[in-house]
Every structure is written in C-alpha cells, then in structure tokens.
Design a protein around this ligand. Structure first.
Ligand SMILES: Nc1ncnc2c1ncn2[C@@H]1O[C@H](COP(=O)(O)OP(=O)(O)OP(=O)(O)O)[C@@H](O)[C@H]1O
Ligand SMILES: [Mg+2]
Length: 303
C-alpha cells in the first residue's frame, strides 16, 4: 500500500521552479531517504506534503486519500518536522509540548515524550528563548513524534544536531521503523541514508532523477579504484584510464576510476605502470550520487 503518492507534483514560485513533475511513491514500512543538493526542491516537496504550501499542479495522496480533501482525519496519523520552526520565546519546552499533545487529544503523560527527552538530553523546563539551534531542533522532533504517528515526514531532522545526537536520532528512527512506522525524510547525511534506508530518491533542480531500492544501489557491481602512479601528474590520457572510465577523476595526485564489472581487466591495465598506492572499494552512496549528477550534467553539456 502506498502511504505517500505524489502525482506530477509541480510547484512554481513565480518564474522560479520549486519542483517539476515529481512522481514518487512511499510504501507502508519504507524508510525513505530524500536527498539532493541545496535548492534541489526537497523542502518544497515536503512543504506540499504537509500542506504548508500548495502545488501549482499535480496532487498528493496520503494513505490513499487525496490530500486536499482528507487532511483533518489524517493529522493524527502523521508526524512532521519542517526545516524552519518558530516558537513563542517566553514559553518553556514543556508548555509547548503540552500544547502539542493537547492538540492531539493527549496529555503529556500518555506520550513517550519524557523517554525521548531523556534520550536526546533535552531539558524541557527551559524557556525557548534560551535554546540553542540544536535544542530548538530537538523540541521540533519531540513535537513531531509525541503522538506516535504511523507516518513521519521530516525535513532535515538532524541539521543542527551534533554527531552524537544525530546518531541517537537515527537510532530512534530505526526503532520506530521496526515497529511499523513509515518514514520519509530529507537529509544531507548520506552515510545515514546508506545505513538506514530501504529506498532513496535523488532530486536536483526540481527534478526527480532517480528512485532506487537500497539493495539495488548496494548491489551495483561497481568498484572504485584509487590509484597513485609512481610517475607524477595526471595520467588519465597517457595510461588510457578514460577508456576504463570516461568519468575518471584526478585530484591531489590520486586517480579515481570507477569500474562496472570487468575488474580483472581494469587492474591488468593499471598495473602495467609502476604504482605507489592502490585501494579498491565499493562506492559510497555519496560517490554514486555525485557520479550520477556529474554524468547527467556532462551528458547535458554534450548535447
Ligand atoms: N518561498 C520561495 N520563494 C521563491 N523561491 C523559492 C521559495 N522556496 C524555495 N524556492 C526555490 O525553489 C527551489 C527549491 O528550493 P527548496 O527549498 O525546496 O530546496 P531544498 O532541496 O530544500 O534545499 P536545501 O538543501 O538548501 O534545504 C530553489 O531554487 C529555491 O530558491
Ligand atoms: Mg530544504
């Protein structure tokens, strides 16, 4: 069952494109990473899912229901965090959380908020005006989670959190997902997407470039060879490395060659020349993702 379905979702800000013709489905039980560079359209997409802004065209269905009609009945099922959160500065964290709980018909004691606050070392008795960026983020996260929703839609939930807190938070997402919560979140922390998510989508310049199952991404038969030849300088041309990988890169003395299958052949070619260092590894999601962008861009340039 699709918990989120976006149909040709498009948003223009005047002449600027927010996103264009995004078609994306999130299934029940998915933990779905939504990644892309600054200005790609992640927040625009998420803001439309949360009805903080409206599509120029296209539509969204949540739990099989068209968003514009059914939103009130869905509210209880969805937990959200938008990238910018603003609060009344004179209130304490606890007062804000009480208010949020009440809006879902709950008292704070009925929610897991105390447990979460402890996990995130969040002091809810302080006034918001004294909060650091990280504390404001934690408050936003607690607000989004306290009613134990079935679906989480989160825009960069870990930005502003220190690495330890990021880890605790991703751990919590993992636990919630194991208990059946569907999660759709944007992030720039690609290493976590790689570890946590079963699906991932890449967006750039408002266009969805690719949606993959993590197993497909991980199972890609690609290896990155990092090699330093004894003879100094860029050897891509001279040693025919571009024949192996037309997108081979050369930075700070190291050649980066991506090989799809035929590793044996590639190595035979490389070791014809004296080398001082070599390592072979699977590409990280970040490398796959950057390569993907580079290739699309150079394909576009050559047209
Ligand atoms: N309120 C707005 N008015 C005009 N243009 C906007 C507005 N909000 C976003 N945009 C534009 O829409 C595009 C997508 O922006 P968006 O904020 O969705 O990107 P993002 O992927 O969330 O980026 P980041 O990683 O920096 O958060 C950008 O070109 C941005 O300038
Ligand atoms: Mg954003």
């Amino acid at each position: 069952m699709n918990v989120i379905k976006m149909n040709n979702l498009t948003k223009y800000y005047g002449k600027n494109t927010g996103v264009e013709n995004v078609n994306l489905s999130v299934s029940k039980g998915d933990i779905f990473g939504f990644i892309g560079p600054n200005g790609a359209g992640k927040s625009t997409t998420i803001r439309m899912l949360l009805q903080l802004t409206y599509p120029t065209s296209g539509s969204v269905e949540l739990f099989g229901l068209p968003l514009h009609k059914e939103r009130p009945s869905l509210r209880r099922k969805i937990g959200s965090l938008s990238s910018e959160v603003h609060y009344y500065k004179e209130m304490t964290g606890k007062q804000i959380l009480q208010f949020t709980a009440k809006s879902h018909g709950l008292s704070l004691q009925e929610t897991p908020v105390y447990e979460y606050a402890e996990r995130f070392q969040f002091d809810m008795n302080k006034k918001v005006k004294s909060f650091s960026l990280g504390n404001r983020k934690k408050l936003g996260i607690l607000q989004g989670l306290l009613h134990e929703p079935e679906l989480l839609i989160l825009d960069e939930p870990t930005s502003g959190l220190d690495p330890l807190m990021q880890q605790s938070f991703f751990q919590l997402l993992n636990e919630l997902n194991h208990h059946g919560v569907t999660i759709f979140f944007s992030t720039h922390v690609l290493s976590e997407v790689e570890k946590l998510c079963n699906r991932v989508a890449f967006i750039k310049s408002g266009k969805l470039l690719e949606t993959s199952h993590m197993t497909e991404v991980k199972g890609m038969n690609e290896r990155v060879i990092e090699v330093t030849f004894t003879e100094p300088g860029d050897k891509r041309k001279k040693f025919g490395l571009a024949d192996i990988d037309p997108y081979a890169a050369f930075t700070q003395g190291v050649h980066y060659i991506t090989v799809r299958g035929r590793l044996h052949e590639a190595l035979q070619r490389i070791v014809q020349y004296p080398i001082t260092d070599i390592s072979i590894h699977k590409p990280t999601l970040e490398q796959l993702f950057m390569q993907h962008y580079d290739q699309k861009e150079s394909d576009g340039d050559s047209r």
